[in-house]
Write a protein that binds this ligand. Sequence first.
Ligand SMILES: Nc1nc2c(c(=O)[nH]1)N[C@@H](CN(C=O)c1ccc(C(=O)N[C@@H](CCC(=O)O)C(=O)O)cc1)CN2
Length: 300
Amino acid sequence: MVTEHAMDTEGARIIDGKSIAAAVRGEVAQRVAELVARGIQPGLDVVLVGDDPASQVYVRNKDRAATRAGFRVRTHRLSAVTSQAELEALVDRLNADDEVDGILVQLPLPRGLDSDAVVRRLDPAKDVDGLHPFNVARLWMDRPGLVPCTPAGCIEMLDRSGIEIAGKRAVVLGRSLLVGKPIAALLLARNATVTICHSRTPDPAAVCREAQILVAAVGRPELVRGDWIAPGATVLDVGINRVETADGAGRLVGDVHFEEAHARAGWVTPVPGGVGPMTIAMLLSNTATAAANRRGRTSA
Ligand SMILES: Nc1nc2c(c(=O)[nH]1)N[C@@H](CN(C=O)c1ccc(C(=O)N[C@@H](CCC(=O)O)C(=O)O)cc1)CN2
């Protein structure tokens, strides 16, 4: 199936997540400045439990990006042996604190903690990850609300690259609450015809080959090969997998074999530097939206 983004001999066009994320961050900084000019200091509280190295990096980057955009940021670092009751008590305190506009609990939580219960405990108005059942329901009802950051970033990348969504056949590989299901809902809301593939789909390659927009979010390094991709398709790679290399340094790869996708697709996101940076940019955008909603919107 050939989309209107015909390939040329140079291969697919790259969707540069780093530069799109920088543009979004700049726009959010402007929205924050407008709130501050109205006497409102928007605040983000980030909760990190345990010592997972990747989570520590993501939380540090969120703190830095939010601070640079002008938010008041507090990061709460809790030990890996924090109890469910202690974690929920912190969420209750942040829910009750009027200076807190956004609460983000970094996932995954250490084993033994119930992340669903923690997410359900959040005030939906401060749930800048868009994971509370209230926000999930609003998403599926096509009502405005806080939308999970990575899926929101995928849509932003398509829009800012001028890639039409309406009327396209979209295939989402993966059905997680954080990415697969919400990106499917967002594509559907934009009038794509959406199929979700998962571990029990009999021939995922054949389904993916039907896609004009293919989103890979399964956490399986380079699962999607060139022959899974329709010539000219748009490929969004949400996977971030660290794989070993002969020199021991390791490298990051996505769920898509980049070189093969590049040779076949019309548009493709790289890893790193594709969807990943959009996650933090959209967190900032959600936090500005939450602040404006909570504190009385005029423009931000
Ligand atoms: N509460 C949440 N937890 C998690 C989320 C989330 O949206 N909310 N998403 C992921 C991790 N994540 C943010 O938390 C995240 C992942 C990747 C990136 C990113 O910029 N990746 C870079 C590469 C980074 C590297 O070198 O490792 C890229 O792809 O270019 C940012 C944020 C799970 N948890």
